[in-house]
Write a protein that binds this ligand. Structure first.
Ligand SMILES: Nc1nc2c(c(=O)[nH]1)N[C@H]1C(S)=C(S)[C@@H](COP(=O)(O)OP(=O)(O)OC[C@H]3O[C@@H](n4cnc5c(=O)[nH]c(N)nc54)[C@H](O)[C@@H]3O)O[C@H]1N2
Ligand SMILES: Nc1nc2c(c(=O)[nH]1)N[C@H]1C(S)=C(S)[C@@H](COP(=O)(O)OP(=O)(O)OC[C@H]3O[C@@H](n4cnc5c(=O)[nH]c(N)nc54)[C@H](O)[C@@H]3O)O[C@H]1N2
Ligand code: SF4
Ligand SMILES: [Mo]
Length: 674
């Protein structure tokens, strides 16, 4: 029998999956051919959900650390002891002494019931802000009122130009590739802007390799050329926008020679980009998340928005600055599910939680970690390790012994998506929502997260507040969607549903901003203490500043999702350190050599890989890695980007040196790691 279900991984693509269980119990997953985005194909991350479900080292019993060793315990004991710790903490220090650190390790809707549990305690301390994409979301809130993406088919039908700006589409957004190819087959031209060479670059008509963290300067420089060459859409800037005239004057600061010098992009390419936006016909921009993880990341997104808007590429078929799909939020009543508005919540920012824990009053007594692995993923791992180590009772809910789980006192096993019933959707791209049907029973004693919290609530005598069935919770949370005449049964049977979101956002010229226009000038930004118009904030640490000359880009891994690397790559002791030919030659390094990557905070040994293309002074190591007693985020700082409590972990400097040539690895004794 084939079961329609869905992939809940934090990803652009939001795939619908078909699952079959063979007689020997093996689960086979494939993409649903009927789903307009999935079109029968899953990426490796989705296919390997089966291996993750069946992994030998999966945690399937509650575990307690006793004398440094993990001991299996019963659920009853786990609830009793953790419940007791919660009671004592609240009695002594109040509910703010409980910290709930969570993120989007699963995008299934009912995962939010974990928040409901803590709110029913009266409140808690919880993590807010983003390691991921908030600076860009805030930027688009200032400009458009809300981040909205065009329907995928619109680009194919109507775009004459596509700019993939800071998005690693062929790796992180694989289902976009067929749409790009189809648009190219109809004559659309493709430009890629990224300091690193990416797979999509092979298909590009032009590749721009800017210095990391300088995208705002590049976009503003391009826009100045557009202004000076009269490539501005006067109708749009005068009738659909506010603040163009004042903003246009500020472009004087971005003269071609300065922009070229500081971004390391040749003047011809800057002019070519201006002509591309100003003269190609509708241009769609696919924005990634990479360039907003810098000191000026939010302004970079605003600058690109402004470039697209001023050249008339917003609100038209084939245009758009596609960063996210926030229109989905209107169909889900999160507050009904969580009850947050009634709770007394203290907020710690995800990126700076370590400092906040260390100085917190009341102090954190109990930590719950759900759907995240902070000890590898949060910048400045060393400080976070220290902060977590000082907390008396640490509970991690996960399927695997992540670095964070290893540092905990209790690990509670949650189910895999293949053992759950729920609903999921992506807020990063397309407007389809999918149903998650259970494919196999839970392994061992693992339980869905909502059930864990419901049973813990029972022990704390507040069981009725968490009582409900999957159906009743889904009906409650999806009320706005069901009010549109779509039924839960329909989604269950069809496997997915398209939400009624417009194909071309802002086509009527009305934006979701206070002025209902596109805001080159944003009073909302001013109220937040920001510049009224897009401006250039230089990177703090990336290349060129301090004594480490290279920028370290710890981008998303090709083969797995963030730190979820069990069953995919195993324990990689020596990560690949990818660098340009220029840097390699300066240090006498060749591909395969043992190298040291270091900065003022950390040092690792890796294997060199030399590349020919890209910005020369940029080094790449995949994020999600840990080993040699550290994680990749031991190199990064807990700095913030300009908007939205966003981390700036790509704004990171490093150096490399040769340890041993590939020829002598094996006989060379590696120096001890720090
Ligand atoms: N295979 C795989 N897919 C994933 C994920 C994964 O871990 N693995 N993670 C998912 C998640 S959580 C997210 S948020 C998305 C992220 O999706 P993406 O935005 O595609 O990926 P990132 O690694 O965040 O960075 C994207 C690109 O930004 C570039 N970049 C870095 N600095 C700059 C800069 O200063 N300017 C410009 N123009 N470009 C820059 C990097 O070289 C990289 O190619 O992917 C999702 N999909
Ligand atoms: N240096 C650097 N750091 C980064 C990034 C980067 O590019 N470079 N990217 C950032 C980005 S964009 C993101 S989104 C974050 C991601 O960082 P995290 O949110 O920590 O994501 P993952 O590493 O995927 O870890 C998610 C964990 O949730 C678990 N999980 C899955 N389903 C469930 C469930 O139902 N319940 C529970 N309780 N657990 C579950 C998984 O097994 C996994 O261990 O990392 C950020 N950190
Ligand atoms: S990880 Fe993304 S691309 Fe891969 S199967 Fe899941 S939703 Fe699709
Ligand atoms: Mo992310």
């Amino acid at each position: 029998m084939t079961i329609k279900t869905a992939c809940p991984i934090d990803c652009y693509d939001g795939c619908s999956m078909l699952a079959t269980v063979k007689e020997n119990g093996e689960i086979q997953l494939q993409g649903n051919p009927e789903h307009p985005i999935t079109r029968g194909a899953l990426c490796n991350r989705g296919r390997r959900l089966a291996a993750r479900r069946d992994g030998e080292d999966r945690v399937v019993y509650p575990l307690k650390k006793v004398g440094g060793e993990w001991v299996p315990i019963s659920w009853a004991q786990a609830y009793r002891e953790i419940g007791q710790q919660i009671r004592v903490a609240i009695d002594k220090y109040g509910h703010h002494s409980i910290l709930h650190a969570f993120d989007w390790g699963s995008g299934a809707l009912l995962k939010s019931l974990s928040q409901r549990f803590f709110y029913q305690l009266g409140g808690c301390t919880e993590t807010v802000g983003s390691l991921c994409w908030d600076a860009g979301l805030e930027a688009q809130r200032y400009d458009f009122g809300q981040a909205r993406s065009h329907a995928p088919d619109d680009m194919v039908r109507n775009s004459r130009g596509i700019v993939v700006w800071g998005r690693n589409v062929a790796t992180t957004n694989v289902h976009m590739m067929p749409f790009i190819k189809a648009a190219q087959a109809r004559g659309a031209k493709l430009v890629v802007v990224n300091p690193l060479p990416t797979d999509v670059a092979r298909r590009a008509d032009m590749c721009v390799y800017p210095r990391p963290g300088t995208d705002a300067l590049l976009a503003l420089g391009v826009l100045r050329v557009c202004r000076d060459l009269n490539l501005i859409d006067q109708r749009f800037t005068q009738t659909c926008a506010v603040g163009w005239d004042a903003f246009a004057k500020t472009l004087d600061a971005y003269a071609l020679d300065r922009v070229s010098r500081e971004t390391n992009v040749e003047p011809e390419q800057i002019r070519a980009l201006a002509e591309f936006y100003g003269q190609s016909g509708p241009v769609t921009t696919l924005l990634g998340i990479g360039m907003q993880r810098y000191a000026g990341g939010g302004n970079a997104i605003r600058a690109i928005d402004a470039l697209a808007a001023a050249t008339g590429n917003v609100g038209i078929p084939g245009g758009g600055v596609n960063y996210a799909q926030r229109g989905m939020a209107a169909f889900v009543d999160e507050d009904a599910l969580t009850g947050r508005s009634a709770a007394d919540v203290r907020e710690f920012v995800r990126g700076t939680q370590a400092q906040e824990i260390l100085s917190s009053n009341p102090p954190i007594q109990v930590l719950f970690v759900t759907r995240t692995n902070p000890l590898t993923q949060v910048p400045d791992s060393a400080t976070l390790r220290k902060a977590y180590a000082g907390i008396g009772c640490k509970v991690v809910i996960d399927m695997y012994m992540t670095e964070t789980a290893q540092a905990a006192d209790y690990v509670l096993p949650c189910t895999s998506v293949l053992e759950e019933e729920d609903v999921t959707y992506t807020t990063m791209w397309h407007p389809y929502l999918s149903y998650i049907h259970p494919v196999v029973p839970p392994r061992g004693e693992s339980k869905p997260e909502w059930q864990i919290f419901s049973e813990l609530a029972d022990v704390l005598g507040m069981g009725e507040k968490m009582e409900g069935s999957v159906q009743s919770w889904l009906t409650l949370a999806l009320r706005p969607l069901l009010a549109q005449g779509i039924t839960l049964e329909q989604i269950q049977t069809d496997g997915f549903v398209r939400l009624p979101i417009e194909e071309v956002p802002f086509a009527d010229g009305r934006f979701l901003t206070p002025s209902e226009k596109f805001e080159f000038w944003s009073n909302a930004a001013v109220a937040d203490g920001q510049s009224a118009v897009a401006t250039y904030v230089p990177p703090r640490r990336a290349h060129g500043s301090g004594h480490h000359r290279l920028t370290l880009l710890t981008i998303h891994p090709r083969k797995h999702e963030n730190s979820q690397r069990q069953h995919v790559v195993g324990d990689v002791v020596y990560p690949v350190v990818e660098m340009s030919r220029v840097v390699a030659d300066e240090h006498g390094i060749r591909s395969g050599d043992a190298v040291r990557l270091y900065n003022d905070k950390a040092s690792l040994q890796g294997v060199a890989k030399v590349r020919e293309e890209g910005h020369p002074y940029t080094v790449q190591v995949e994020s999600g890695w840990s080993g040699q007693g550290i994680s990749i985020n031991d190199f990064t700082d807990a700095d913030s980007a300009d908007f939205g409590q966003q981390t700036a972990q790509y704004d990171c400097a490093c150096s490399v040196e040769l340890i041993a040539s590939a020829l002598v690895i094996g006989v060379e004794k590696r120096e001890p790691v720090q």
